[in-house]
Write a protein that binds this ligand. Sequence first.
Ligand code: 5GP
Ligand code: MG
Length: 174
Amino acid sequence: MVENKREKTLFTREEISTRVKELGKELSQVYKDKDLVIISLLRGSFIFAADLVRELSIPVEVDFITTSSYGHAEESSGNVKIVHDLRTNIEGKDVLIVDDIMDSGFTLEKVIEHLQNKNPNSVEVCVMLDKPSRRKVNLSPNYIGFSIPDVFIVGYGLNYGDHYRNIPYIFTFE
Ligand code: 5GP
Ligand code: MG
């Protein structure tokens, strides 16, 4: 697809679907007597969040936050900003932040702190992909689709430059 680069599929559409169903089942149990609000971080998690909420068998509110980080385009710096905030009042509610991938952890650390200030009952994190070897903060997701080594991921919501978010499987370039 990209000149001189060969794709290597890490997770097929079917593998992703199976894992998302499992996560949906687990979360439906965990949050069955709670007041669940899913907060999807744009833009990367829009596909995962859309699939995940459709695997929940419990009531759920859905809202979005957009963050930006300045520095190298493919790597977040410690300087994460909330550029578009929630509209939902989350006071006393049970928040599950949904993101595409935890890399350094700077983004999720910032978002958790931001949401805690709004006095929710609880805040947990679910990511499709976790790259634990890259972590720069003391934080781990509560729920993980797949744990992966330090490779640059594209597809299933994750971009390469301005494109490829729509590719329905997860791949890397060799
Ligand atoms: P962190 O703040 O944890 O370093 O990174 C969070 C964000 O960086 C992710 O939500 C994602 O947007 C981007 N990111 C981190 N690793 C990758 C990757 O392998 N591929 C792509 N496309 N984006 C990534
Ligand atoms: Mg992101």
